[in-house]
Design a protein around this ligand. Structure first.
Ligand SMILES: [Zn+2]
Ligand SMILES: [Zn+2]
Length: 396
């Protein structure tokens, strides 16, 4: 059975590559994944799955109802690309100016279609149900939140959900998993320092917001080091500072934009509270006013430890323990976190790096690519996880 599982999936490789390249050449941004969704729908229907379209605008759900009673497992892919020009000169490079699959979501969609192709002729032997969730807008648009709100985890009710992301920091053929916390809560803020502008040569009749912003930036960077327990994790980064128009003018205002990252609710709250206190204190001491705007982003992604164990063990069975790595959490974010707030599950990583082929570039780089061996590999890992969760003998 083991051999026929691998053989069956290896036999799909050309088909998988063709689909991945088709999607890669035609990237679509969040909530605009119409063509990608059409392609997904066409194949799911061909594989005889029940398809529900138009969720979260472009999202869709496929359902395979097994002939034998059992649990319901969901697997999820994100479909959106990013707004940048591709710099790779491969024949399957993006054909759309200003858009590129630079985060590997084209591979995620393809892998899930491969899993559908695999189980489609095995319906009679499937115990329970398998649900495929294809969501829009992971890159900042919280498409996963909308899918969950629109009932992607209901009818039938999902008992556990699994999602994977390709991972350029691990060689292809390896799996990475998180025990519990995997990715951070990703909030953002805008601070406006409001002073009083005037002539650069007469600072005494102005309130200089640039000086205040300077003090504020250095004080903000003391929050993580002085207020957060050193054994916890937190990040505050100011990514944009804007103010002033000329060398001889003191402006009225300076604006700071940044992000706050944390791995638990307590640190998240502490960072947010201190950020405003420090802003109030520094601006107040210098006689300025301020506006503080804080937006909660994706929540912390927390795997269910039992489901993480299941991923590690099911994958190890196929590729050996030495190819399955426990990863430290990352301070990046993932909207898969919203599904995990509702049902247990696990998010894991599929290595896609290949130094020999020059596939070494990080996510969101104009040179990002994946080793396409990750496509059949990803299918195999999902098939193993599904078999394990639904308590099936390996069927092939
Ligand atoms: Zn991304
Ligand atoms: Zn991504």
């Amino acid at each position: 059975m083991e051999n026929s599982l691998k053989k069956n999936i290896d036999g799909m490789k050309d088909w998988l590559v063709e689909i991945r390249r088709e999607i890669h050449m035609h990237p679509e941004l969040g909530f605009e994944e119409f063509e990608t969704a059409n392609l997904v729908c066409k194949w799911l229907e061909k594989f005889g799955l029940k398809v529900k379209k138009g969720m979260a605008k472009t999202g869709l759900v496929g359902l395979l109802e097994g002939k034998r009673p059992g649990k319901t497992i969901a697997i999820r892919a994100d479909m959106d690309a990013l707004p940048l020009d591709e710099a790779n000169s491969v024949p399957y490079a993006s054909r759309i100016k200003g858009k590129m699959h630079a985060c590997g979501h084209d591979a995620h969609v393809t892998i899930l279609l491969g899993v559908a192709k695999y189980f489609s002729p095995l319906k009679d032997r499937v115990k329970g149900n398998i649900k495929w969730i294809f969501q829009p807008a992971e890159e900042g648009g919280a498409g996963g939140k909308v899918m969950a709100e629109e009932g992607a985890l209901e009818n039938p009710k999902v008992d556990a959900i699994f999602g994977a992301h390709v991972f350029p920091f691990l060689a292809v053929g390896k799996v990475g998993f998180y025990e519990k916390e995997g990715l951070a809560a990703t909030d953002r803020f805008t601070i406006k320092v409001i002073g009083k502008g005037g002539h650069a040569a007469s600072p005494h009749v102005t309130k200089d917001p640039i000086l205040a912003a300077g003090h504020l930036i250095s004080q903000i960077h003391s929050i993580v080091s002085r207020n957060i327990n050193p054994l916890e994790s937190g990040v505050i980064t100011i990514g944009k500072v804007q103010g002033g128009t000329a060398f001889n003018i003191i402006p009225d205002e300076v604006e700071l934009l940044g992000t706050v990252r944390s791995l638990n609710a307590q640190v998240r709250e502490e960072l947010k509270t201190r950020l405003e206190q420090v802003t109030r204190g520094v601006t107040g001491a210098l006689g300025m006013d301020y506006r503080f705007d804080y937006q909660d982003g994706y929540p912390v992604l927390v795997n269910d430890p039992e489901m993480s164990k299941l991923v590690a063990s099911a994958c190890s069975e196929g590729i050996g323990k030495e190819n399955v790595e426990l990863l430290k959490p990352s301070m990046g974010g993932e909207d898969f976190a919203y599904y995990l707030q509702k049902v247990p599950g696990a998010f894991f990583r599929l290595g896609c790096r290949n130094e020999g082929k020059g596939i070494i570039h990080p996510y969101h780089s104009s040179l990002f690519d994946v080793d396409e061996d990750v496509l059949p590999f990803g299918v195999e890992m999902f098939v193993r996880i599904i078999n394990r969760f639904l308590d099936m003998e390996i069927v092939a």
